[in-house]
Each structure stands twice: as C-alpha cells, then as structure tokens.
Design a binder for this molecule. Structure first.
Ligand SMILES: [Zn+2]
Length: 278
C-alpha cells in the first residue's frame, strides 16, 4: 500500500494506484528544492519511487537554486537536474550567473537548461531582460547539446519568435505547463518541441484536454510542476511527484488508451528528449 501526506486533511491517506507499481513514469518537471519539501523531501522522493516514478527532473529558477538542484541530483539516484534562470527571476540575474550555469551544466546529472522562457503575466517591465536571458540560455543549450525547458505565460508570440530565430541550430526542448490552444500547439510541434501539461489538465471545464488530444502522442511528456498545480483530487494541496499518476490517468482517458500505454510512450519520449544517463 502506498500512502501520501494530505496537508488539507492533516493525515496520511492511501494513494490508490498501488497496483500500478510496475508501470514506470517520469516526472519531467518538479521543483524539489522548494522549502515546502524541507520537512519530508526524502519521503516525497521515496513515495514517488515506490509508486513507479523512476525519474524526477527538478528544475532551478536562478543561480542559487541551480546549485541546489545539482546537490539534490547527487543525493537521490532518481533525481536529475535542470539548471537555469526563470523569466520572473531574470531581472535579478547577472551575466556571471550564465557562466556559472554553464559550468554546472557539465555535471553528468544535469540533463536540461531551465527553466527559462518568457512571462508577461507577472513581469512586463523586464521583457527585454527576459528575452536576453532566454536567448542566452537557448544558445547555452545548443552548445552543451541539452534541451531547454520553456515556460511561457501570456508571452506566446514572443516565446515562439525567440525560438524561431534559432530554429536552424539544433535546438530541442519542451513547452511545460502548456496553456495555449491547438494552433499554437501545432506550431510548437512543427518546431520539433515536446509539450507537457500539469495538473491543470484535470481541472473541471479546462479546455486543455481538447488541446492535448491534438498533440501527437510521441511529443507528449508528463509533469507535475510540484509543489504547484496539484491535479484533482489533490487540487489545492502541495503537489508532489507521486501525484503524476492522476495526470497520466487523465491523458489515458482523453485518448482512450490504457494507463500503461501513456506511461510507456511518455517515458520513451522523456528519454529521447533528456537522454537520462542509465
Ligand atoms: Zn516550473
């Protein structure tokens, strides 16, 4: 039996997918360095691993957290790291940070640059700075032969334009927490990028199931974005990688496929993109 701590109910509750331990899934987007995990980080990783989440990619948002995610990747066999500067942190970054991030990217468990991208929802004034750091991190990803993990919030056109400018340079990556429409998804796929949806795909009245069904299955990844965006039935609680099962179940339901098919294909996709060392 697998249990998870319910912050809402203040007790351990049974996680119902314990029969799916043999089907492995990969959480391609979490922030395990967040202080919300300080009290029980080892248990969070163990709960996920016990439930078949064999790999958890944990992403930095600035230089300091880039050091931290590498430490976590060294501490836990199943944890891998992405180093980079989040668009909402770009205004606090310095050019030297990019140099340090480039050094950290040499680490064998660093499998991506990110998260990077553009955010004009929280940050409109820093647009030019965001664009600069996004471009620099994409160039770094190309140089290191690593994928970029792209955050786009209310910056659809600017994000695509920045990627399009480098499209002949063997850039690969994923649009995480996808919240655009089908037309946009098609453009992303045409650029050779992958797409992942967080727990928001499980929310009632969400238009995302329809968008998701338009994405070719070989371009789909699974992610939680822990500790944010917990899926139903954990919505409103702290999210953690073990809850990825609800997102996989939703994709299976949307596409009329089995849970195993979704798990297998998305794990294969994640391996293709991130090239996790075996
Ligand atoms: Zn994130």
């Amino acid at each position: 039996m697998v249990y998870a701590w319910s912050h809402q109910r203040k007790k351990l509750q049974v996680v119902r997918w314990c029969d799916k331990v043999n089907t492995v899934v990969i959480d391609t987007h979490a922030h395990l360095q967040w202080n919300k995990f300080d009290g029980d980080r080892s248990e969070v990783v163990k709960r996920a691993v016990d439930a078949g989440v064999t790999k958890i990619l944990t992403l930095a948002t600035d230089l300091q957290s880039s050091y931290r995610v590498v430490e976590l990747a060294e501490e836990f066999a199943e944890v891998f790291a992405a180093v980079g500067i989040h668009p909402t942190d770009a205004k606090n970054a310095q050019s030297i940070d990019l140099q340090r991030i480039a050094e950290l990217a040499q680490h064998p468990k660093v499998v991506a640059i990110g998260e990077t991208g553009m955010d004009l929802y929280w940050e409109q004034e820093s647009r030019a700075i965001q664009e600069y750091y996004f471009q620099q991190q994409m160039l770094l990803a190309i140089e290191k032969d690593l994928p970029v993990v792209v955050h786009n919030r209310d910056a659809g056109e600017a994000t695509l334009a920045a990627i399009f400018a480098l499209k002949n340079k063997k850039l690969r990556g994923v649009f995480h927490c996808f919240a655009e429409d089908e037309t946009y998804a098609e453009k992303v796929v045409q650029l050779g990028f992958y797409i992942s949806f967080t727990g928001n795909i499980t929310y009632k009245k969400s238009p995302l199931p329809k968008v998701s069904s338009s994405v070719p299955l070989d371009r789909l990844l699974l992610e939680t974005d822990s500790p944010f965006m917990a899926p139903i039935p954990q919505r409103g609680q702290r999210n953690e990688p073990v809850f990825i099962k609800h997102i996989a179940e939703k994709h299976a339901e949307i596409r009329g496929l089995s849970y195993d098919e979704i798990a297998r294909q998305t794990s294969e996709n994640a391996q293709q993109l991130f090239r996790f060392p075996q």
